[in-house]
Design a protein around this ligand. Sequence first.
Ligand code: KG4
Ligand code: ZN
Length: 340
Amino acid sequence: MLVLAIETSCDETAAAVVRDGSEILSSVVSSQIAIHAEYGGVVPEIASRKHLEMISPVISQALRDAAVELSAIEGIAVTRGPGLSGALLVGLSTAKAIAFSCGIPFVGVHHIEGHLFAGFLEHPVAFPFLALVVSGGHTHLYHVEGFGRYTTLGRTVDDAAGEAFDKSAKIMGLEYPGGAKIDLLAHTGDNKAVRLPRPLINDGTLNFSFSGLKTAMLQHISKHPVTIPGQEANDLCASFQAAVCDVLVAKTGSALVQSAAQRLVVAGGVACNSGLRSAMTALAAERGVELHIPKPALCGDNAAMLAVPGNYYLSEGYASRPSLDVTATWEMDRIKEMFL
Ligand code: KG4
Ligand code: ZN
C-alpha cells in the first residue's frame, strides 16, 4: 500500500510517501524553527499560518521526490493530535480534502504513535516491547503489545525532557530549541562539575519530574553566570545532561524489571541526544535486552513515521470518519476509542 503521510502538530510541516509502512520513498520536512527562535519558543498562531503556506508545496515535493502521482496514493495517515490545535487543523483538513477528492481512506494517527514506530522504517521490532518516548512534549514509558495497544507505565508530572533541555538552554542564553546545543557543548564538559538534583529518582514510581532541575539551573546560573563559549558553560551542559540521563536510565531500568520486557525502544527528538544514546546502550547491555533507537533523522518530527501505524490501521480497515476532529490532548491508552 502506498501511503501519503502528513504531519503538522507543532513547528515542522512534513509529508512523506511510504510503501507498505516500511519503505520510505520520500520524506520532506520544512522546519519553522528559525522563525520561532526569534520569540524563544513556538508561537501557535505563526505556526498555523506557516503550515498553511507550506502544506501544499511540501506535499507536492514529497510526491515529486517519490516519483509517484497523487492518483497512485492509496491512503493517507495524518497527525490528529496531540499538538497545537490550529497547526493540527491544517494537516487534518488537507488530508480530508485529498482523501475526499481522490476517493481514498485517511486515518488520524497519534503523534507519539508515530515516534514509537519510527524505527520500524529501519527494521521492525517484535512485540511486546518497552518504549521510552522523550520529546518536547512527552516523557513517557509505554508497554507496547501491538499497534494501538499501549499501556502507560510512567510519565512526567511536569516538564517533558525536551522542554527541560530547551528551558535550561534558554536560561544559559542558548537559542531555541537548545536541546541539541546543550548536547554539543556537553561533549567537552565535565559532567561532575556541577551538582544538580536527580528528581524522583528513588521515589519507587515510574514517573518523572524535570521542573526542579530547571529551577536548580536557574539558581546555579544566578550565583555562577556562564559565558558561551567557555569551559564553565560546557561543564554545566554536561552536568545537566547527565542529570537528565541518570533519571531516564534509572526509571527505564525499573520499567524493564516491572514489565519483564526483552526489547527496549527509545524514541522522540531527545533520543537524538548522544549522552542518552550511550547511556541507554550501556543499560541495555547490562540488562541483556535488545535496544532499538532510530537514527537521528527519524527521531525528530517527520511524516514518514506516521505511515507505519497508518499503514497498519488502513490495511486493517480502520479508516477515520470525515467528521474526525483534531485533539490537543490525547492519551495513548485511549487510541482504540477512535475506531469504535
Ligand atoms: O520529537 P520532537 O522533534 O518534537 C516533539 O514532538 O516535541 O522533539 C523535539 C525536542 C526539543 O525539545 C529538542 O530540543 C529536543 O527534542 N532535542 C534534543 C536533541 N535534539 C533534539 N534534546 C537533547 N539533545 C539533542 N541532541
Ligand atoms: Zn514529536
